[in-house]
Design a protein around this ligand. Sequence first.
Ligand code: PXP
Length: 246
Amino acid sequence: MQQPRSRLRLGVNIDHVATIRNARGGPHPDPARAAEIVARCGGDGITVHLREDRRHIRDEDLARIQSATGLPINLEMAATDEMLEIALRHRPHAACIVPERREERTTEGGLDAAGLHNQLAPIVARLGEAGIRVSLFIAPDPRQIEAAMQLGAPVVEFHTGEYAHAEAGEAVAVELKRIADMAALAAKNGIEPHAGHGLTYDNVQPIAAIPQLAELNIGHYLIGEAIFCGLEASVRRMRDLMDAAR
Ligand code: PXP
Protein backbone atom coordinates (compact mmCIF):
# COMPACT_ATOMS: atom_id res chain seq x y z
CA MET A 1 0.00 0.00 0.00
CA GLN A 2 1.24 3.48 -0.83
CA GLN A 3 2.32 5.60 2.18
CA PRO A 4 0.18 8.71 2.64
CA ARG A 5 2.28 11.81 1.95
CA SER A 6 2.80 14.14 4.87
CA ARG A 7 1.09 17.50 4.74
CA LEU A 8 3.16 20.18 3.10
CA ARG A 9 3.43 23.16 5.44
CA LEU A 10 2.82 26.68 4.18
CA GLY A 11 4.94 29.40 5.73
CA VAL A 12 3.59 32.82 4.79
CA ASN A 13 6.18 35.55 4.43
CA ILE A 14 4.51 38.77 5.60
CA ASP A 15 7.45 41.12 4.94
CA HIS A 16 5.61 43.02 2.25
CA VAL A 17 2.79 44.00 4.58
CA ALA A 18 5.53 45.91 6.39
CA THR A 19 6.90 47.25 3.08
CA ILE A 20 3.51 48.87 2.39
CA ARG A 21 3.29 50.18 5.95
CA ASN A 22 6.76 51.68 5.71
CA ALA A 23 5.86 53.55 2.53
CA ARG A 24 3.92 56.03 4.71
CA GLY A 25 5.77 55.74 8.01
CA GLY A 26 2.68 55.04 10.15
CA PRO A 27 1.41 51.84 11.79
CA HIS A 28 -0.92 50.66 9.00
CA PRO A 29 -1.06 47.97 7.61
CA ASP A 30 0.25 46.08 10.62
CA PRO A 31 2.20 42.87 9.94
CA ALA A 32 1.09 41.50 13.34
CA ARG A 33 -2.52 41.69 12.14
CA ALA A 34 -1.49 39.83 8.99
CA ALA A 35 0.07 37.11 11.18
CA GLU A 36 -3.23 36.69 13.06
CA ILE A 37 -5.12 36.30 9.79
CA VAL A 38 -2.62 33.75 8.44
CA ALA A 39 -3.08 31.70 11.64
CA ARG A 40 -6.85 31.66 11.12
CA CYS A 41 -6.87 30.61 7.50
CA GLY A 42 -4.56 27.68 7.03
CA GLY A 43 -1.03 29.03 7.26
CA ASP A 44 1.35 26.81 9.22
CA GLY A 45 3.97 29.40 10.00
CA ILE A 46 5.02 33.02 9.66
CA THR A 47 8.21 33.92 7.87
CA VAL A 48 9.87 37.31 8.25
CA HIS A 49 13.20 38.68 7.09
CA LEU A 50 14.78 41.23 9.38
CA ARG A 51 17.14 42.89 6.94
CA GLU A 52 20.17 44.92 7.86
CA ASP A 53 18.48 48.01 6.35
CA ARG A 54 15.10 47.20 8.03
CA ARG A 55 13.34 47.82 4.73
CA HIS A 56 10.36 45.71 5.76
CA ILE A 57 9.91 44.36 9.28
CA ARG A 58 11.71 46.14 12.12
CA ASP A 59 13.08 44.85 15.41
CA GLU A 60 9.97 45.74 17.41
CA ASP A 61 7.74 43.93 14.88
CA LEU A 62 9.34 40.62 15.67
CA ALA A 63 8.13 40.53 19.30
CA ARG A 64 4.72 41.89 18.27
CA ILE A 65 4.33 39.21 15.58
CA GLN A 66 5.45 36.52 18.02
CA SER A 67 2.84 37.55 20.56
CA ALA A 68 0.09 38.02 17.95
CA THR A 69 0.14 34.37 16.88
CA GLY A 70 0.94 30.95 18.24
CA LEU A 71 2.27 29.92 14.83
CA PRO A 72 5.94 29.02 14.56
CA ILE A 73 8.07 31.95 13.42
CA ASN A 74 10.77 31.43 10.84
CA LEU A 75 13.25 34.31 11.02
CA GLU A 76 15.24 34.86 7.85
CA MET A 77 18.56 36.40 8.74
CA ALA A 78 21.98 37.24 7.37
CA ALA A 79 24.94 35.47 8.97
CA THR A 80 26.02 38.42 11.09
CA ASP A 81 26.70 38.93 14.80
CA GLU A 82 23.92 41.51 14.98
CA MET A 83 21.31 39.08 13.62
CA LEU A 84 22.61 36.21 15.75
CA GLU A 85 22.16 38.33 18.87
CA ILE A 86 18.60 39.26 17.83
CA ALA A 87 17.71 35.63 17.06
CA LEU A 88 19.07 34.46 20.43
CA ARG A 89 17.07 37.16 22.21
CA HIS A 90 13.77 36.43 20.44
CA ARG A 91 14.15 32.65 20.09
CA PRO A 92 12.01 32.06 17.00
CA HIS A 93 11.06 28.47 16.20
CA ALA A 94 13.39 28.52 13.19
CA ALA A 95 16.08 30.69 11.64
CA CYS A 96 16.80 30.56 7.94
CA ILE A 97 20.23 31.92 7.06
CA VAL A 98 20.11 33.84 3.80
CA PRO A 99 22.66 35.76 1.76
CA GLU A 100 22.04 39.49 1.94
CA ARG A 101 23.25 42.34 -0.18
CA ARG A 102 22.10 45.87 0.53
CA GLU A 103 21.60 46.78 -3.13
CA GLU A 104 19.49 43.74 -4.06
CA ARG A 105 15.72 44.01 -4.46
CA THR A 106 15.12 40.61 -2.89
CA THR A 107 17.18 37.55 -1.94
CA GLU A 108 18.43 36.90 -5.43
CA GLY A 109 20.31 33.64 -5.00
CA GLY A 110 21.22 30.93 -2.55
CA LEU A 111 23.76 31.09 0.23
CA ASP A 112 27.24 29.80 -0.62
CA ALA A 113 27.25 27.44 2.37
CA ALA A 114 30.29 25.66 0.98
CA GLY A 115 32.41 28.81 0.57
CA LEU A 116 31.27 30.38 3.86
CA HIS A 117 31.74 27.33 6.09
CA ASN A 118 33.96 29.09 8.65
CA GLN A 119 31.65 32.10 8.96
CA LEU A 120 28.52 29.95 9.21
CA ALA A 121 29.75 27.21 11.55
CA PRO A 122 29.65 29.19 14.84
CA ILE A 123 26.31 30.80 13.93
CA VAL A 124 24.66 27.48 13.05
CA ALA A 125 26.06 25.98 16.26
CA ARG A 126 24.87 28.80 18.53
CA LEU A 127 21.39 28.86 17.03
CA GLY A 128 21.14 25.09 17.35
CA GLU A 129 22.30 25.16 20.98
CA ALA A 130 19.54 27.69 21.70
CA GLY A 131 16.95 25.24 20.33
CA ILE A 132 16.34 27.25 17.14
CA ARG A 133 15.88 25.07 14.08
CA VAL A 134 18.45 26.24 11.55
CA SER A 135 17.84 26.21 7.86
CA LEU A 136 20.17 27.32 5.07
CA PHE A 137 18.69 29.01 1.99
CA ILE A 138 20.70 27.35 -0.78
CA ALA A 139 20.59 26.66 -4.48
CA PRO A 140 19.48 23.12 -5.35
CA ASP A 141 23.06 21.95 -5.77
CA PRO A 142 24.77 18.85 -4.33
CA ARG A 143 27.80 20.88 -3.16
CA GLN A 144 25.57 23.03 -1.04
CA ILE A 145 23.79 20.03 0.46
CA GLU A 146 27.15 18.53 1.32
CA ALA A 147 28.11 21.82 2.98
CA ALA A 148 24.83 21.87 4.95
CA MET A 149 25.60 18.34 6.17
CA GLN A 150 29.07 19.40 7.28
CA LEU A 151 27.57 22.34 9.14
CA GLY A 152 25.02 20.11 10.85
CA ALA A 153 22.03 22.12 9.60
CA PRO A 154 18.81 20.13 10.11
CA VAL A 155 16.97 21.94 7.29
CA VAL A 156 17.74 23.42 3.88
CA GLU A 157 15.45 25.65 1.88
CA PHE A 158 15.94 25.52 -1.87
CA HIS A 159 15.83 28.83 -3.71
CA THR A 160 13.18 28.31 -6.39
CA GLY A 161 13.92 31.56 -8.22
CA GLU A 162 15.55 29.85 -11.22
CA TYR A 163 12.49 27.61 -11.56
CA ALA A 164 10.04 30.49 -11.13
CA HIS A 165 11.81 32.68 -13.68
CA ALA A 166 12.56 29.97 -16.25
CA GLU A 167 10.88 30.42 -19.62
CA ALA A 168 8.19 27.85 -20.32
CA GLY A 169 8.98 24.31 -21.47
CA GLU A 170 12.28 22.55 -21.16
CA ALA A 171 13.98 25.09 -18.92
CA VAL A 172 11.18 24.76 -16.36
CA ALA A 173 11.42 20.96 -16.49
CA VAL A 174 15.20 21.11 -15.97
CA GLU A 175 14.86 23.35 -12.92
CA LEU A 176 12.04 21.26 -11.51
CA LYS A 177 14.05 18.08 -11.85
CA ARG A 178 17.02 19.74 -10.16
CA ILE A 179 14.86 20.67 -7.16
CA ALA A 180 13.21 17.22 -7.02
CA ASP A 181 16.58 15.44 -7.18
CA MET A 182 18.10 17.67 -4.51
CA ALA A 183 15.05 17.26 -2.23
CA ALA A 184 15.53 13.50 -2.48
CA LEU A 185 19.27 13.82 -1.80
CA ALA A 186 18.74 16.07 1.23
CA ALA A 187 16.08 13.77 2.70
CA LYS A 188 18.26 10.72 2.11
CA ASN A 189 20.96 12.41 4.17
CA GLY A 190 18.64 13.28 7.04
CA ILE A 191 18.11 16.96 6.13
CA GLU A 192 14.53 18.26 5.88
CA PRO A 193 14.08 20.08 2.55
CA HIS A 194 11.95 23.23 2.18
CA ALA A 195 11.55 25.50 -0.84
CA GLY A 196 10.60 29.06 -1.65
CA HIS A 197 10.98 32.21 -3.73
CA GLY A 198 8.86 33.39 -6.63
CA LEU A 199 6.11 30.82 -6.11
CA THR A 200 2.64 31.70 -7.42
CA TYR A 201 -0.74 30.03 -7.99
CA ASP A 202 0.48 29.11 -11.48
CA ASN A 203 3.83 27.53 -10.63
CA VAL A 204 3.36 26.12 -7.11
CA GLN A 205 1.85 22.74 -7.91
CA PRO A 206 4.81 20.92 -9.52
CA ILE A 207 6.93 22.03 -6.55
CA ALA A 208 4.24 21.01 -4.03
CA ALA A 209 4.12 17.57 -5.65
CA ILE A 210 7.77 16.83 -4.74
CA PRO A 211 7.19 14.28 -1.98
CA GLN A 212 10.22 15.02 0.22
CA LEU A 213 9.48 18.74 0.58
CA ALA A 214 8.08 19.53 4.02
CA GLU A 215 7.48 23.29 3.76
CA LEU A 216 7.07 26.08 1.23
CA ASN A 217 7.67 29.71 2.15
CA ILE A 218 5.71 32.12 0.01
CA GLY A 219 5.43 35.87 0.34
CA HIS A 220 5.38 38.46 -2.40
CA TYR A 221 2.72 36.83 -4.55
CA LEU A 222 0.36 36.13 -1.65
CA ILE A 223 0.56 39.68 -0.35
CA GLY A 224 0.13 41.01 -3.90
CA GLU A 225 -2.96 38.85 -4.46
CA ALA A 226 -4.31 39.94 -1.07
CA ILE A 227 -4.73 43.43 -2.55
CA PHE A 228 -7.32 42.00 -4.92
CA CYS A 229 -9.02 39.27 -2.90
CA GLY A 230 -7.94 39.66 0.73
CA LEU A 231 -5.17 37.89 2.65
CA GLU A 232 -7.44 35.14 3.91
CA ALA A 233 -8.59 34.24 0.40
CA SER A 234 -5.09 34.35 -1.08
CA VAL A 235 -3.68 32.07 1.64
CA ARG A 236 -6.63 29.67 1.38
CA ARG A 237 -6.29 29.41 -2.38
CA MET A 238 -2.56 28.68 -2.15
CA ARG A 239 -3.27 26.10 0.57
CA ASP A 240 -5.88 24.41 -1.65
CA LEU A 241 -3.53 24.30 -4.64
CA MET A 242 -0.76 22.79 -2.52
CA ASP A 243 -3.11 20.17 -1.06
CA ALA A 244 -4.45 19.27 -4.51
CA ALA A 245 -0.91 18.75 -5.82
CA ARG A 246 0.01 16.46 -2.94
N1 PXP B 1 12.21 31.93 1.40
C1 PXP B 1 13.26 32.76 1.61
C2 PXP B 1 14.44 32.22 2.35
C3 PXP B 1 13.22 34.10 1.19
O1 PXP B 1 14.27 34.91 1.41
C4 PXP B 1 12.05 34.57 0.56
C5 PXP B 1 11.97 36.01 0.14
O2 PXP B 1 12.91 36.27 -0.80
C6 PXP B 1 10.99 33.68 0.35
C7 PXP B 1 11.10 32.37 0.78
C8 PXP B 1 9.70 34.11 -0.28
O3 PXP B 1 9.89 34.54 -1.58
P1 PXP B 1 8.71 35.27 -2.32
O4 PXP B 1 8.46 36.56 -1.58
O5 PXP B 1 9.22 35.47 -3.70
O6 PXP B 1 7.51 34.37 -2.26
